[in-house]
Design a protein around this ligand. Structure first.
Ligand code: PLP
Length: 398
């Protein structure tokens, strides 16, 4: 099938919720993908922060193949070893228990439900404070949690009980706290919101507000988790400990999985019948997740992500002085944003033509999300392409 045929089928048979890039991708290996014409691309998009081990990592492929031929689905009425394996690793790391589901939005729904369940038994608390520019998913409740009007418009009435504060402005959060507040929910680095990095004083301050007012602290680590920022979870950069953490994206190595982690103190507020998911904890996705977690440890990928992230950041920071339309370069680990004075869509298009996949978020922020396995050679290749493109943009602006 060629791209033209693919586009025709897409237009005829798939609901148009996506503004797609004009490519039919057919193969991926490590930090490279190929389209239907055989053209190769350097993948600094990673399927939207999912392929943290690169495309089709051999350990993940092997685990999936083995599990598919062993037992594929059982439902949560029965136990399976892959689910137990993932729960044990995450539980020991985080210090608590897991609820398994299939996506980031579902993990956040579970977190919101658990916080409210706890709140209902602790003075009838139900209000949840989230941040402007956050992103927590696309269900009605998670678009409500998402502090961006553009995702909510036309889907009203929204779920009651949500309030929004300014990210990195503790005073604005403090003002929203009432006796009814059960949780504060935050991304340590806002991904969709523009790669906005939480300041240490802000994140620590949130923990203090929560401690002082008997409020649960929820970290949405759907995008930042599983090594993306150079630590296993982004909260580790801040010396804080959330009561609840949500994961999805990279955990399954390319297969759909979501997890809500809660400390033992709060996990017990979910009892049989309170929450469920037919596919949650599926043996195949959990076998993939176990391979992801084992490989990150075995191959010391957190150290590589930190080192390569620093290299990328150092090289891209030069762009701030070299190109007047570059406003700011920021990031942690391999989650990097280049904030522009101009719209970023054209740069994404030019990069694609030059064989580099990346994305633009919040209209003006070019977001780089290479795999944790990225090499210095690949970092240099990416910077070289971007430098060339930015040079062309500079000339076109003059
Ligand atoms: C921080 C964050 N939370 C939640 C989600 C929603 O995850 P999903 O698309 O798997 O439902 C996303 C997706 O981009 C995200 O970045």
């Amino acid at each position: 099938m060629d791209y033209k045929q693919a586009k025709a089928i897409d237009e005829q048979y798939i609901i148009g919720t996506y503004k797609r890039q004009p490519l039919l991708l057919v193969k991926g290996k490590g930090a490279q993908v190929w389209d239907s014409t055989g053209k190769k691309y350097l993948d600094f998009f990673s399927g939207l922060a999912v392929n943290n081990l690169g495309n089709s990592h051999p350990a993940v492929v092997k685990a999936i193949k083995l599990q598919v031929g062993t037992i594929m689905h059982t439902s949560n009425i029965y136990l399976t070893e892959p689910m137990l394996g993932v729960a044990k690793i995450l539980g020991e790391y985080f210090g608590g228990k897991a609820f398994f589901c299939n996506s980031g939005a579902e993990a956040n729904e579970a977190a919101i439900k658990l916080a409210r369940r706890w709140g209902s038994k602790n003075g009838g608390k139900y209000e949840i404070i989230t941040m402007y520019n956050s992103f927590h998913g696309r269900t009605v409740t998670t678009i409500t949690a998402t502090g961006q009007l553009k995702y909510q418009k036309g889907f009203e009435p929204l779920t009651p009980g949500f309030k929004y504060g300014q990210f990195n402005d503790l005073g604005s959060i403090q003002k929203l706290v009432t006796k009814k507040t059960c949780a504060i929910m935050v991304e340590a680095i806002q991904g969709e919101g523009g790669v906005n990095i939480g300041e240490i004083s802000f994140i620590k301050g949130l923990q203090e507000i929560c401690d002082d007012n008997n409020i649960l602290l929820i970290f949405d680590e759907v995008q930042t988790g599983i090594g993306r920022t150079g630590k296993m979870f982004a909260y580790e950069h801040y010396d804080v400990k959330p009561d609840i953490m949500t994961l999805a994206k990279a955990l399954g190595g390319g297969l759909p999985i979501g997890v809500m982690m809660a400390t033992n103190e709060f996990a017990r507020f979910f009892e049989p019948g309170n929450h469920a998911s037919t596919f949650g904890g599926n043996p195949v996705t959990c076998a993939a997740a176990k391979a992801v977690l084992d490989t990150i440890k075995k191959d010391k990928l957190l150290a590589n992500a930190s080192a390569m992230g620093e290299l990328l950041l150092e090289k891209l920071t030069d762009f701030e002085t070299k190109y007047s339309f570059v406003k700011d370069v920021r990031g942690k680990g391999v989650m990097i944003g280049i904030e522009l004075e101009i719209e970023g869509a054209k740069i994404v298009e030019m990069a694609r033509e030059e064989g580099l996949l990346l994305n633009c978020t919040a209209d003006k922020v070019i977001r780089l999300l290479p795999p944790l396995t990225i090499t210095s050679k690949e970092v240099n290749a990416c910077v070289k392409i971007l430098d060339r493109i930015f040079g062309q943009v500079k000339r076109s602006i003059k």
